[in-house]
Structure formats: structure tokens, C-alpha cells
Ligand binder design. Structure first.
Ligand SMILES: CC(C)(COP(=O)(O)OP(=O)(O)OC[C@H]1O[C@@H](n2cnc3c(N)ncnc32)[C@H](O)[C@@H]1OP(=O)(O)O)[C@@H](O)C(=O)NCCC(=O)NCCS
Length: 182
């Protein structure tokens, strides 16, 4: 099942080819504006390497986790999508969250939606999940739009205890199988 492909993208487990693009992405204030407390991480390949090691461990332990998003035409890493446990928001646990982060040069091509749509299918069909949530800073309009396009419905607003920023929780439930025609 992994790697997975879409029309334009390859979704594969993170590896060393992602170190530089991930480090650059996490050092970009525009990318990090609505993530966590909004602070950037100075470019740090060691930190990126540790993140990649944890990503692979998540896959081993849970059967889901982060996937690098690679543009098939260029072979370049655009960012990542993930199915993760949102431990930063204890009030909604147990839950599995879909999330996304792309380098700025890759925004605006529909890549996040295309990658996340494939990952949602994977979550319902292969991981057997009944419900998937997505969480965004309330002002994160691009993410809101991605959630809308994917069919994730707004559920409620709350605050992240660790830093006090307001977030909106969206959700989607497993699609019903199509009824058999008589
Ligand atoms: C969120 C993010 C992944 C979206 O990636 P993307 O590939 O550009 O997303 P898509 O192209 O699939 O869709 C983005 C949509 O938001 C819309 N959009 C962009 N900026 C917008 C804004 N300021 N207000 C409203 N809509 C906006 C786009 O027009 C597009 O909608 P459309 O297809 O109807 O035109 C990317 O912006 C990103 O990495 N942001 C920083 C990290 C982040 O915030 N991650 C999410 C945390 S919840």
C-alpha cells in the first residue's frame, strides 16, 4: 500500500531526501504561522532527521503516520501529510487527525488536497478508522478550504492547552458503502 500514488504525487515514507526540504519548511515563518505557538525552528538537519526517525516508528507502532509528498514530475519533496494522534488536544482523544504541511513554493497547486484525499481513503479503507478529525488555527483559511474540499465538516472551536491558541476541529466519518442495486 505504501508508497501510494495520485495523478501528480507520490506519497512515501519520509527518508533522507527530505531532510533539507523539511528543515527549510520548518524555518519559514509563513509556513509555521498557524502551527503550534507559531514559532519557527532554525534550519536543523539533526532535528529533521529525528522527526523522520519518529515518523517511521509511528508507522511501525500504529499502521499510520507521516508520508512525504513528492511531485512525480520533478521528483521534489513538497512537504508531508499525516494521519497522527493529536496528543496536543487531550479533550478530543481518542482520535486520529489528518494534517498537512508544504513548502511555500508548492502552495496553490491543489497538492495538499490531492495528497490528503488519498490519505483519507487509506485511513478508512486500510486502517479501519471510523472517524478522522482535522485541527486548524481559527485564522488558517487555506487549511479551512482544504478541509471543506475534502468534506471535513466544522465540529467545534476550542483552545490548545499548551499555548492557548484558538483552534477549530473538523471531522469526517467513514463513508457508507454504496447500496447494492437490486
Ligand atoms: C495549508 C496548506 C497545506 C495548503 O496547501 P495547498 O497545496 O496550497 O492547498 P490546496 O491548493 O489543495 O488548497 C488551498 C485552498 O485554499 C485557498 N486559499 C489559499 N489562501 C487562502 C486565503 N488566504 N483565504 C481563503 N482561501 C485561501 C486556495 O485558493 C485553495 O482553494 P481552491 O482550490 O478553492 O482555490 C499550505 O498552505 C501550507 O503548508 N500551509 C502552512 C502549514 C499549515 O498551515 N498546515 C496546516 C495546519 S492545520
Amino acid at each position: 500500500m505504501i508508497p501510494m500514488t495520485t495523478d501528480r504525487l507520490l506519497l512515501r515514507q519520509p527518508d533522507d531526501d527530505d531532510l533539507a526540504p523539511f528543515a527549510a519548511m520548518n524555518a519559514d515563518p509563513e509556513v509555521m504561522r498557524y502551527i503550534g505557538d507559531g514559532s519557527v525552528q532554525p534550519p536543523d538537519p539533526d532535528r529533521a532527521a529525528a522527526w523522520i526517525a519518529r515518523a517511521r516508528q509511528e508507522w511501525d507502532e500504529r499502521g499510520h503516520g507521516p508520508l512525504s509528498v513528492v511531485v512525480r514530475e520533478t521528483g521534489r519533496t513538497a512537504g508531508w501529510v499525516t494521519l497522527a494522534v493529536p496528543t496536543f488536544l487531550p479533550e478530543i482523544l481518542p482520535a486520529v487527525e489528518i494534517g498537512w504541511r508544504l513548502g511555500r513554493q508548492h502552495w496553490g497547486h491543489g497538492y495538499a488536497t490531492e495528497a490528503a484525499r488519498r490519505l483519507l481513503e487509506f485511513g478508512f479503507a486500510e486502517c479501519g478508522l471510523d472517524r478522522i478529525v482535522s485541527i486548524r488555527h481559527v485564522d488558517n483559511q487555506p487549511s479551512r478550504r482544504v478541509m471543506d474540499k475534502l468534506g471535513l465538516r466544522f465540529a467545534f472551536e476550542t483552545v490548545v492547552p499548551a499555548h492557548g491558541r484558538p483552534v477549530a476541529v473538523h471531522e469526517i466519518t467513514r463513508p457508507e458503502p454504496h447500496p447494492r442495486l437490486p
